[in-house]
Structure formats: C-alpha cells, structure tokens
Design a protein around this ligand. Sequence first.
Ligand code: 13P
Ligand code: SF4
Length: 324
Amino acid sequence: MTGAIPAAASLYERVRRVIPPIEWPAFTDDIDAILALKRERNAVILAHNYQTPEIFHCVADIVGDSLALARKAMAIDADIIVLAGVHFMAETAKLLNPHKTVLIPDVAAGCSLADSITPADVRLLRQRYPGVPVVTYVNTCATVKAESDICCTSGNALAVVESLGAPRVIMLPDEYLARNIAAQTRVDIIAWKGHCEVHERFTPGDIRELREAHPGLTVLAHPECPPNVVAEADFAGSTAAMSEYVGRIKPARVVLMTECSMSDNVAVEHPEVEFIRPCNLCPHMKRITLANIRSALEQNRHVVTIEAQIADRARQAVERMLAI
Ligand code: 13P
Ligand code: SF4
C-alpha cells in the first residue's frame, strides 16, 4: 500500500446504499490487498453482473453480462485474468486468451445449465437431426461448445439463431431460453431440457402478487425464466439489457426477476429508482468472494486449462458468435 489512506476507504461512498456501514470493515483489508496485487501482478478482474457489490463495484476492472465479458476479454492487455463468475465464463475468457493465465477463485463455481448436457448428448442430437445446426448457449463446458456450430448468450440468441438462415436449429441446453426465442422467430427450434436452477423458480403467481403489493411496478425478467413468467413481465433481456432498461426508462419501482446481487449492483447507479427485492441466489456465483479472489492472486490459483484440440473447436464456436 502507498500513502496513509487505504484505497478501500475512498470506495465506500460508491456502495454505501447497498452495504451497511457495520459490514464494510470486514471487506477493506481484502479490497486493499487485491488492488495492490492487481498492480503487482499486472492482473485484471472480470466480474459478472451477479457478483456481490464489494466485488463488482470495488475490485472489478471489467463488468457485464456473459456477452460483454466475452467481447471485452478479447482486448485485454494484462498478464493475468481473474474471472469473478462461474467456470464456463472463465473457460470462455481462456478460449479467447490462450496465452494468458486465467484464474477462477473457486473451481466449484459451476452452473446447472452447464451440468445438464454432455458432448455425447450433442452428438446424439446431431445423429437424430442430421444437418440441423447446433446453437449452444455459452453456459456450457468447452467440451460441449466444441461439438457446436456456434454459441449464443441471452443477449444475442435471437440474432444468432436468425443469422444461420436455416429453417430449423437445435438450441441447447436451456429449454426456457429456447422456448422464449422460439416465440420471437419463425425458425423451428429444437430444445434440450436443461434449466437454470435460479430462474426456473420464478412463477407468474410471483409477478401477480408483486404487482398487487407494489402498484405501478415494472417487472423485468431474464430469458432463462419460464416462458409464462416472461409473458407476464414488462421486459425480458440479458442482465446487461435489464440494467440498460433501468438506466434508460428509470421506472419509479422495479423488480428484477433474476439473481439477487443484480439489483444491488444496478441500484448503486440509480438512487432514484426503488428496487423491490424478491430474488433467487445463485449458489455458484456466490462461491466467489473477496477472500478467494485475494488467494487466487496471491497463490496463482486456480489456473484454467482447456485441452488444445477441444479449445480449437470450442473457440471457433465462440468466435463465430462474436463475429455477428
Ligand atoms: P447473462 O449473459 O444475461 O449475464 O446471463 C448469464 C447467466 O448466467 C444468467 O443466469
Ligand atoms: Fe448458471 Fe443459473 Fe447460476 Fe446463471 S444463475 S450461473 S445460469 S445456475
């Protein structure tokens, strides 16, 4: 550390609306250590929108949805990338930065969607639907991406599906994302049966109860929610699209039908908007903490590796998506 005032002290003003003063001292030591380690090791931290505010607003260099993190990962000028998010996001960063060290602070930060499908499942689907292109959500392992024609995120899924010019596509592994996209296109979509364990729990009844309890409420939903939830929402979009909607429309009262930290992170930017807070926690995203980000930088762990042959094929699917 240089100077008498710790860097963390000047950051509290940014997060004081979402982190109570009594909790803040528990974070400052790790924040100062991480800021120093980033400089020493020429490292950058990429953080997903579901990371907690002390990570998202106090130590991250690049934040966003899966698409933004992938795009921004292509232009990183640093030796080390720490991915504050889940494992598939760290793999995507590694695919796009094969010669850099990519670290994930907890290797067990998985995803129920990534766990719902294997490479053998994709090969079976291809056998069953010969010639039908495979669009794979980025929420999958590199081994599954390697079996795919192109990737998509919740932010570009419709554009990716329509870019193929095919009458029919296989879209995996998220059944609800696939059905939500099918409702917006003439392309015939064959879905898989994976679900996000966080978003599948929202129901249309939740939305009705919230609207009754909070008159004038604007409801935003992630497209991993079931289609009957999306149908009752005022807007559906990726985490970045929901954040952008709040900034543009500035609704008086809003609920984000998604992971809990999202509201905190967006609320920091928009003090004039009232956020209603029923939400569901993602246990995988919550495995990432300031303490394990610090250990990751101190001990150079956990290094993300992808077998070269898999990486070459998976990278093609990601790069095709990014070219759209
Ligand atoms: P976004 O790409 O919209 O940020 O979504 C990622 C994710 O894991 C949502 O559950
Ligand atoms: Fe996976 Fe759902 Fe968690 Fe996103 S919120 S990382 S889709 S389990």
